[in-house]
Design a protein around this ligand. Structure first.
Ligand code: ADP
Ligand code: MG
Length: 614
């Protein structure tokens, strides 16, 4: 007799056994998604639909158009260790299907309310079976299309301890999608559609190849930069894509290994990838790669992990060597230059950050919430910044702005250079690119200027200053240019002739439907009389008081835009220098009159980031 209270050995009830076993296979909704979708693929499906609710914890439903399950097999689908994919232990030597352990459905049935509806290909009748926490129903007739539908509701309804470990629906959904995307990339040839709470969250069409799937899943920028890999050696093949080192991330979420169509997270393959990028990446970064390894199933043991994520290669050294050397060759072929667009983003972010800071005034300087700190180089308190001179200038100008009375705020500051603290080099030469962009060196970086945008701003500002001084100079023509217009338009313009003359636009009514252009502002580099008359008409039509100052300014805006150096003018060194000098004398030469930026500036800070020096 045992003494009371002493625990005794007993075989666990079937239900408890299954729930314990379930823990190894079913950790969270994403594991259910993986097992069900892999079953669909093993069944020869070409299209898989996945519906999720509440991150999958309320519902995971997978519908496929595979070969289906016969009525007599359906009775066994939820039974532990029941599989159609493996007959004896010898088969374990060469597993080609994704599943084989016969555990998934039994495990899921032990911890959720499940239902399978299936109709075998080529038959008329569908059947269903249910399993609610190990309570398996008899097989019944049901309605359904060819293929199989598996529904898993209320995961862990009977295992509260497990349920408490689930994260928010968002987080669980993210994991489900990660699994689904990996499977979708591993299995070109299969269409996948997924919804969450009724909204479509992911889809790839059947016809999309790996490249197209990567583009759909991760965007065009990454897809366009990928380098293909296609290598083969006796009995082993490697195919897929690797990304240039700059796409590397601190996590492995864009590192995907497919082994004979199976998604795996194998340590050996991760190490081989790391080795391939040795010296091309910081140690803490994970390269981005999508690689499918195919080899004789007999050369790899996939039965070392319940979720079959890890595998064991029979000949680790040769697999490692093959993968590392071939991937390295591909990584070296990628375009490793930092694209200018990335630097532009960095520079724009920096500008925004400093703009925010000058508005923030006395508020403590810190990175805006949600932004990685590192992306905000100027988020540090001004005097502790990496560019002391710049920071001092900014701090000083911020302070002075704050003390100014409101009416003086619009007074022009000294010069463009002092304003932003990045002085132009006095003796620098300029570079013109594509007859559109000007590049010049600064003391602390360089900038690229859109010559048309800058010239437009200069022309307008100078005209506006002339207007304020009442001294717009007109260039008169010997022979007036005639412009046709409607009667109403001619009358409209006719009533504003003297106001227009004040801004240097000298027009006359020549006939009931004709206007004569006698002169235009002398500052316009390339006057376009037809265009300017059209602009005048458009502005006047929209104006309530045609003589008002702002109406005249609007006309000047348009005239400046029409009559400035266009993209496509080749400029000499002197012309470029003059353009910059005129710009620097203005209140603002940072945007064109429509608000487009005139320049993109790269500080040493940006350059150091681009070259990963910091
Ligand atoms: P395994 O996949 O390891 O065989 P599972 O528990 O996942 O084990 O599935 C048990 C069996 O149920 C499978 O072997 C297969 O015969 C059948 N089955 C499961 N899902 C499907 C499906 N979507 N289509 C056809 N048969 C399926
Ligand atoms: Mg399975």
């Amino acid at each position: 007799m045992s003494s009371p209270g002493r625990p005794r050995i007993a075989t666990l009830p079937e239900r408890v056994k299954n729930q314990i076993a379930a823990g190894e296979v079913v950790e969270r909704p994403a594991s259910v998604v993986k097992e069900l979708v892999e079953n669909a693929i093993d069944a020869g499906a070409t299209r898989v639909e996945v519906d999720l609710e509440e991150g999958g914890s309320r519902l995971v439903r997978v519908r496929d158009d595979g070969h289906g399950i016969a009525r007599e097999d359906l009775a066994l689908a939820f039974a532990p260790h029941a599989t159609s994919k493996l007959a004896d232990v010898g088969d374990l030597e060469h597993i080609a299907s994704l599943g084989f352990r016969g555990e998934a459905l039994a495990s899921i049935g032990a911890v959720a309310r499940c239902r399978i509806v299936s109709r075998e290909r080529g038959t008329k009748d569908a059947f269903e079976v249910e399993d609610e926490g190990c309570a398996i129903s008899p097989v019944r007739e049901a309605g359904g299309a060819e293929g199989t539908l598996v529904e898993v509701r209320e995961l862990f309804f009977n295992v509260p301890a497990r349920r408490r470990f689930l994260k928010t629906p968002r987080a669980e959904l993210a994991r489900c999608l990660d699994v689904l995307q990996r499977i979708a990339l591993a299995q070109p040839g299969i269409g996948v559609v997924a919804t969450h709470d009724g909204a479509r969250v992911y889809d790839v069409e059947r016809s999309m190849d790996l490249a197209a799937r990567i583009r759909r899943t991760f965007g065009a920028e990454l897809a366009a930069a990928l380098e293909p890999v296609a290598e083969r050696e006796a009995g082993i093949a490697l195919a897929g894509f690797v990304a240039p080192p700059r796409f590397a991330r601190s996590d492995a979420s864009r590192q995907m290994w497919f082994l004979n169509g199976r998604i795996v997270r194998d340590k050996l393959l991760v190490r081989a990838l790391k080795e391939a990028y040795r010296g091309l990446l910081f140690d803490t970064k994970q390269p981005v790669a999508f690689l499918a390894l195919s080899l004789d199933p007999a050369r790899v043991d996939v039965n070392v992990h319940p979720a079959k994520a890890e595998v064991r290669f029979r000949d680790e050294r040769s697999v490692f060597g093959f993968v590392a050397s071939r991937v390295r060759a591909a990584a070296l072929r990628t375009d490793m230059a930092t694209p200018g667009a990335r630097m532009v983003e960095g520079a724009l972010r920096r500008e925004q950050a400093s703009a925010q800071r000058s508005f923030a005034d006395v508020a403590p300087a810190r990175a805006p919430a949600g932004e990685p700190r590192g992306a905000w180089p100027s988020a540090a308190p001004p005097l502790a910044g990496s560019r002391p001179a710049d920071a001092l200038v900014r701090a000083a100008s911020d302070a002075s702005r704050r003390e100014e009375p409101a009416s003086l705020v619009h007074e022009r500051p000294s010069t463009g250079a002092a304003r932003d603290g990045l002085a132009a080099l006095p003796t620098s030469t300029f570079l013109q690119v594509a007859e559109t962009y000007l590049v010049r060196a600064l003391e602390d970086g360089f900038e690229i200027v859109d010559q048309h945008a800058l010239h437009e701003r200069i022309t307008f500002e100078e005209l506006a200053a002339d207007l304020r001084a009442g001294a717009i100079e007109t260039q008169r023509w010997l022979v007036p240019e005639l412009v046709e217009a409607s009667r109403a338009e001619v009358q409209l313009v006719g009533a504003a002739l003297d106001a227009l003359a004040r801004i240097g636009i000298e027009l006359a009514v020549f006939g009931p439907t004709t206007l004569a252009v006698h002169g235009l502002p002398a500052r316009l580099a390339r006057p376009d009389p037809q265009g300017i008359v059209r602009d005048v008409i458009a502005v006047l039509e929209a104006a309530r008081e045609p003589r008002a100052e702002d109406v005249l300014e609007a006309v000047l805006h348009r005239a400046a835009c029409r009559s400035s150096v266009m993209a496509g003018d080749r400029l000499t060194q002197e012309e470029m220098r003059a353009l910059f000098e005129r710009g620097a004398a203005l209140e603002s030469d940072q945007t064109c009159v429509h608000g487009r930026p005139t320049r993109v500036r790269f500080t040493l800070d940006d350059l150091e980031r681009a070259f990963a020096r910091r």
